[in-house]
Design a protein around this ligand. Structure first.
Ligand code: PEP
Length: 253
């Protein structure tokens, strides 16, 4: 059985003082929730703070991006090894906010995915279509292409114990989540695409849903067969709302 997982994506929010309060509130509210895995993805400068506050707790922490290179003259980049130095266990890769703003290619994203795995980090690969692509009915084709670069360059086996987060771009930060049927259909498509090549990897792959998850819609989404939890942006900045989402995941085990 795949245990449910909820990942907080704090994006570029917070400071030392507000983070400390939010970490503390997370710990108070979530420490007894033993049947859901929780990961907090913080901005790079706060990895040390996450490490010092969350070490030896049930909460894990991670980053929101990493370099495709292991080391070298790449000003401003942060390597997988550096993330490991701060105890990070997970890293978000290919988030649409980055892919759009920084023109990340599928090839770069594939290299980052493998870089993370090679250093023992769990990659959280974001995939998803725009509203125009959904309205044109080509959403599966778009998501398949996002997965194909990794599959063709490496293999489907690299998805074992990795995480894919289906994040329809039209649902991120808009308050308009995908319906549970829309999300389940895409999650089933992703799992069956990997299963056609590697059944074991497909059964071990966690597929999260991301895009305006809140405490009200979380159960409807998480109860679906192929939805293993959520990637949460806005509601992760409010400890009470985030707790509601994590408790929803717990009730859907
Ligand atoms: C995200 O940034 O990955 C996300 C899903 O954001 P939100 O929950 O705010 O839609």
């Amino acid at each position: 059985m795949r245990q449910k997982l909820v990942v907080a994506n704090w994006k570029m929010h917070g400071n030392l003082a507000t983070n400390q309060q939010l970490f503390k509130a997370y710990l108070e509210k979530l420490s007894t929730l033993t049947d859901v895995d929780v990961v907090v993805c913080v901005p790079y400068p706060y990895l040390a703070q996450a490490q010092s506050i969350l070490k030896d707790t049930r909460l894990a922490w991670g980053a929101q991006n990493l370099s495709k290179d292991a080391q070298g003259a790449f000003t401003g980049e942060v390597s997988a090894g550096m993330l490991k130095d701060f105890g990070a266990t997970h890293v978000i890769i290919g988030h649409s906010e980055r892919a759009t703003a920084y023109c990340e290619s599928d090839e770069n994203i594939a290299t980052k995915f493998i870089q993370a795995k090679a250093h023992g980090l769990t990659p959280i690969l974001c995939v998803g279509e725009t509203l125009i692509e959904r309205e044109a009915g080509v959403m599966e084709m778009v998501v398949a292409k996002q997965l194909d670069t990794i599959i063709h360059t490496y293999s489907a086996a690299v998805f074992a114990d990795a995480i894919v987060s289906y994040e329809p771009i039209w649902a991120i930060g808009t308050g308009l989540a995908a319906s549970s049927d829309q999300a389940q259909a895409m999650h089933a498509f992703i799992r069956s695409k990997i299963a056609a090549l590697d059944e074991d990897a497909a059964s071990r792959l966690k597929i999260l849903y991301g895009g305006s998850v809140n405490p009200q819609n979380a159960v409807q989404l998480f109860v679906m067969q192929d939805i293993d939890g959520g990637l949460v942006g806005r509601c992760s900045l409010n400890a009470q709302e985030f707790e509601g989402i994590c408790r929803a995941a717990s009730s859907c085990q």
